[in-house]
Every structure is written in C-alpha cells, then in structure tokens.
Design a binder for this molecule. Structure first.
Ligand SMILES: *Cc1c(COP(=O)(O)O)cnc(C)c1O
Length: 415
C-alpha cells in the first residue's frame, strides 16, 4: 500500500541508505574531497552527466565524483529540502548571498533588465545596485505603494521591455512585513516573455519558508533561502539554497560547480540535523509570535505593530496573505513612541532577548533595521518604505512566551 508521508516525517531518514555506511542510523560526515571510481568507464559516465553532455537515464543517480560537484551530505540534504517545496532539484550554497548572486549571475547577462521588489535584504540590494551595473545590467525596483499597472508602465517606459530577464521578489519584505503578490508578478513575467525568451521569477523565501509559503506552487520558477535562518535555526551555520525545476536547476548547479560556492559536508550534516526539528521549531516560534504581537499591539508605548497575524480582513494585503501563506510567521516589527533614543533604550534594556542581527534561530533576537541591517540603503527611501528611527525588528524564538513578554515589559518600563 502506498502512503504519502509528510515532509516532517521524512526528515530523519529520507534519501539515506544505512547499509552503505556500516548501518549507522545517521548519515556520517563524508569529509572527503574526492571519490574513487570503480572503473574508468564509470568515471567517464559520471562526468558525462555532471557536465551536462547527456541527460540522466531513467532512475540514474549522479555518481559521486568530487566534493565541489557533489557529496552525500549535500545530496541527501538537497533531496530533503525538495520535499517541503515539492521541487525537482535543490542546490545548497555556502551562504544565502551565494545562492542569490549565483541565480542573478546565471539568469542575467549584459544588456538585460532585472525587476525587483523593495525593500530587499541589504546584501541583495547592494549586489543589485553596486555590482550588477558593472556588468551593464539595468535594474528597476518597485515599492510597496506602486500598483502592478504602474510597474508595467515603468518597464515599458525604460525602452528595455524586451530585455526583461528576471523578476526578483522578497515577500514578506524585511523588515516591514509588506507582502508582494507572487502570482501577479508571474503573470507580469509571462506578459513580457516570448516564444524564445522566458522571463524567470525568483522568490527569496527566507522569512516564511519552507513551512508557511511555497512560492513554486504559486507560480515562481525558483525559490531561494538563506539557510542560515529558519532552516539552520540555531544561529551556528551560514548557508543558502536554491530550488526549482530540473531544467533551471541544471543551470544553477553548473554555475555553482564553476564558481565553487557549494556548501561543505560539515554544513550539510549540520543542516540535516536542523531539518529534523524544523517544523516543531517554527510552529513554536509562530505560536509565541502571535502572543507577543498581541501584547505589543496593546502596549501604550508602541505606536504600530507590523505582524501578518494583525492584518485585517478587507484590505488588499490581507487578500494576498490569504492566498499565499499558511501561517503568520515569527517576525514582528514595531514602532516605539519617540525615535532612535527610545528604540535604543529598549534594545539596551533587554535581559533575555539578544541584541543581534539575523533571524529564525531558536533564541529571540532584536535589532534596529535603520542603523543596522538596512544601514546601506538610502535614508529617504528607507523612510518612504516605513523603516524609521523608531522601528525595531524582533525575531521570536522558542523560549517560553511569558519570559519574552516579561523581558519586553521590563525594558519598555525603562523607556
Ligand atoms: C540573511 C538573509 C540573506 C543572506 O543570507 P546569508 O546566509 O547571510 O548569506 C538573504 N535574504 C534574506 C531575506 C535574509 O534574511
């Protein structure tokens, strides 16, 4: 009898064969740079597949060659990550930035146009605005208050509509939790595609994935992660991932082979360990976040709390939320009465919650986006996007929510 197991039931053993590793229940760390071929013919055949000289035969697995091309700790991890997003293929990278820049470099060439949502993760924003122009790649960013019709007009007015090659979206936006409708931008991409020119849609799903949002199911072509965040989940490893269909992923994996920015076996092993608890961690973080957002929303010293669980029925953002998400996440941003001084007083007064950038780990973290994660973004633009002096970002961890609220309460009293 066939049974479709849920991803969380498969995270402990999927894709690993104990009989190939002395019966060890867990996949060992294959700390090796290269793999011995049984015969020269086998080596030749492995390379034919690895370098795309021929397609894989039915049921053929890519043989192990060299750890820049493949390694069991990466392959098994990639197979497990595919389950959450129902992707054909996955490539794991040494960082989220490696995953993002490899996609940008593979799907854009000189003369092309990139469309992207604002605000973006600071590192991505920097690469797009500081590095891509050196390759003569044009870029157009769109803001939360721009309608899709306005965005289309902007593309047409640029005179480069036929050069649009990639749409890069981050939703919810960091740190404002603004939502971008993936399906609408997939339709935009189709409108600017032609028979021999397909516009690709890539979504950075770090904030809500791989549990609460599945961009591939909503029409995106590629989904990207900083696996440093929820996937790693313990603030002890830097890594990234890209997932999509076999055709696009062959391109991503081939460029990864030649840039050499794959993750190492130790990172693969750590992330496999993290995946076993991914769902329980994220669910606990979310249930804590719901209570904390509710507490902040009702606090007299807090002007506004931005949390997906606080969106109200009837608004456009709520409609996107309902269509796109199966949860409200664990990222809460809020504006404190006053400005930077009041925000800093709060940050400096916390006892349990740590003052650090990054997110998605087991411990709660707070930061001040304007002067920290988003310090490189133009100030006027930040204000327009809602990233002000009084805005604080909180990544909710797995602690007892009562302790997190106690900590916020005692710190807010000091402000
Ligand atoms: C952290 C982060 C990145 C960058 O990932 P690294 O693993 O730090 O390289 C990209 N996108 C988002 C949304 C992030 O939060």
């Amino acid at each position: 009898m066939n049974h479709n197991f849920n991803p969380e039931s498969l995270m402990m053993g999927y894709g690993y064969k104990p009989e190939l590793s002395e019966g060890a229940i867990k996949c060992p760390i294959f700390q090796t740079s290269t793999f011995v071929f049984k015969t020269a013919e086998e080596g030749k055949s492995f390379f034919e597949v690895a370098y795309g000289k021929r397609a894989k035969r039915p049921n053929e697995e890519l043989g192990l060659i060299y750890s820049r091309i493949n390694n069991p700790d990466l392959e098994i991890l990639e197979n497990r990550l595919c389950l959450w997003d129902e992707a054909d293929e996955c490539a794991v990278f040494e960082s989220g930035m490696s995953a993002i820049t490899t996609v940008l470099l593979e799907f854009l060439k000189p003369g092309d146009l990139l469309l992207y949502s604002n605000p973006l993760y600071g590192g991505t924003d920097h690469f797009i605005n500081e590095f891509l122009p050196k390759l003569k790649i044009d870029t157009i960013g769109f803001d939360p208050d721009e309608s899709i019709a306005e965005v289309k007009n902007k593309i047409k007015a640029s005179g480069k509509a036929d050069k649009l090659a990639l749409v890069f979206i981050e939703t919810p936006a960091n740190p404002t939790n603004h939502l971008v409708d993936i399906e609408s931008y997939k339709n935009l991409a189709k409108e600017f595609s032609s028979a021999n020119h397909e516009v690709i849609v890539a979504v950075d799903n770090t904030y809500m994935g791989p549990i609460w949002q599945h961009p591939l199911k909503l029409g995106a072509d590629l989904v990207l992660y900083s696996a440093t965040k929820y996937i790693g989940g313990h603030s002890d490893v830097i890594a990234g991932a890209v997932l999509g269909n076999s055709e696009l992923m062959l391109r991503v994996k081939t460029l990864r082979t030649f840039l050499g920015n794959m993750a190492g076996p130790w990172t693969g092993w750590l992330l496999m360990r993290s995946l076993e608890t991914l769902k329980v961690r994220m669910e606990q973080q979310q249930s804590n976040a719901v209570k904390i957002a509710d507490y902040l929303e009702n606090h007299p010293k807090i002007v506004e709390t931005k949390y997906l669980g606080l969106l109200t029925e009837g608004c456009e953002q709520y409609e996107v939320f309902k269509k796109q998400y199966s949860g409200t996440g664990a990222m809460v941003s809020f504006s404190i009465k006053g400005g930077e001084a009041e925000a800093f007083k709060l940050l400096n007064s916390l006892k349990l919650i740590k003052l650090a950038v990054s997110l998605g780990g087991t411990e709660s973290l707070v930061e001040h986006p304007k002067t920290m994660t988003h310090a490189s973004v133009n100030e006027e633009h930040l204000t327009k996007l809602g990233v002000t002096d009084s805005l604080v970002r909180l990544s909710v961890g797995v602690e007892n929510y009562k302790d997190i609220i106690w900590d916020l309460e005692q710190a807010l009293e000091k402000v």
